[in-house]
Design a protein around this ligand. Structure first.
Ligand code: MN
Ligand code: MN
Length: 290
């Protein structure tokens, strides 16, 4: 599937009618085939789009309006249900097209495994890539119950591909002992429990570098984002997440792509998870797409 095909389904507010002049391409990856606990993130992308209808188009944080940034919501990649290997190959091929055209990929998950082919695609273009990973979970497993294609493995795969010393994790408060041991021994930077404060300390060190940012919605406390598959008590507020997005926007890093994953809306009848996620997407568009 191509990102530049005509698409008439649900879109994020203010999506441009065509991809041609768009700087950023929004696309959904409705996949939750490998989750270890509660499925449902395949419904994330469209529910984030629906929630975006309730957003203001102006950001008082950044003093920018969605009219100021050109982006095209290309819809969801039609991933083959139950087939993670083929899904990953399709995401990779899709991301390659976006990157080839010099556009900013902004992916909506879906489970966190979708980040792996996106990082691979971006790394091909930017060999000095750094990854900022914001999540409750380390996602550093080699495999889950013997399965390497799992939503608990994408950051380990990223470390092995781009070098653990180029991966910066924030907000981590869950993982097995081996994951934390690997974090200590591999050279990966890991800030446990907190996001905004350590991120502000690290950003100057990444100035000028191409950076891919992956946000797992479960970094938020379940009080702010109960709509996720693997909710984890003790997380950050939606306000701190916004602070982190704005810190990246105001830094000198060169954000070259991003994703927001693990939104599983059916566990949240209040819809506050998708409402928060849609606001994060707005601020990412306004702050990171330059
Ligand atoms: Mn994750
Ligand atoms: Mn997580």
């Amino acid at each position: 599937m191509r990102f530049d095909e005509a698409y008439s389904g649900k879109v994020f507010i203010k999506s441009r009618p065509t991809h041609e002049d768009a700087k950023a391409i929004i696309f959904g990856m409705p996949m939750d085939w490998t989750v270890s606990f509660r499925p449902g993130s395949r419904f994330g992308p469209n529910r984030i789009r629906e929630a975006s209808i309730g957003l203001e188009e102006y950001s008082p944080y950044l003093d920018r309006h969605l009219e100021d940034v050109s982006y095209f919501d290309a819809g969801d990649i039609p991933l083959p249900f139950g087939n993670p290997a083929r899904s990953i190959a399709m995401i990779r091929e899709y991301a390659d097209q976006i990157i080839e055209k010099g556009k900013f990929p902004l992916g909506l998950g879906g489970e966190h495994l979708v980040t792996w082919p996106l990082i691979e695609a971006i790394y091909q273009k930017y060999p000095d890539l750094a990854v900022i990973h914001i999540d409750a979970h380390a996602d550093l497993r080699v495999d889950y119950e013997g399965e390497p294609l799992s939503h608990s493995t994408p950051i380990r795969k990223a470390c092995e591909k781009i070098g653990a010393e180029n991966v910066y994790s924030f907000g981590i408060r869950s993982g097995d002992r081996d994951e934390f041991r690997y974090a200590e021994e591999s050279g990966l930077y890991m800030a446990k429990f907190e996001v905004a404060k350590p991120l502000k300390e690290i950003l100057p060190k990444l100035a000028g570098r191409p950076v891919y940012v992956t946000i797992d919605i479960d970094v938020l406390d379940p009080a702010f984002a109960p709509g996720t598959g693997t909710a984890e008590a003790g997380g950050i507020s939606s306000r701190e997440m916004l602070e982190a997005i704005h810190a990246i926007a105001q830094s000198d890093v060169h954000v070259v792509g991003a994703d927001l994953v693990e939104v599983a809306p059916n566990y949240d009848p209040t819809e506050q998870t998708v409402i928060a996620a849609s606001k994060f997407v707005r601020e990412i568009l306004l702050g990171w797409v330059k």
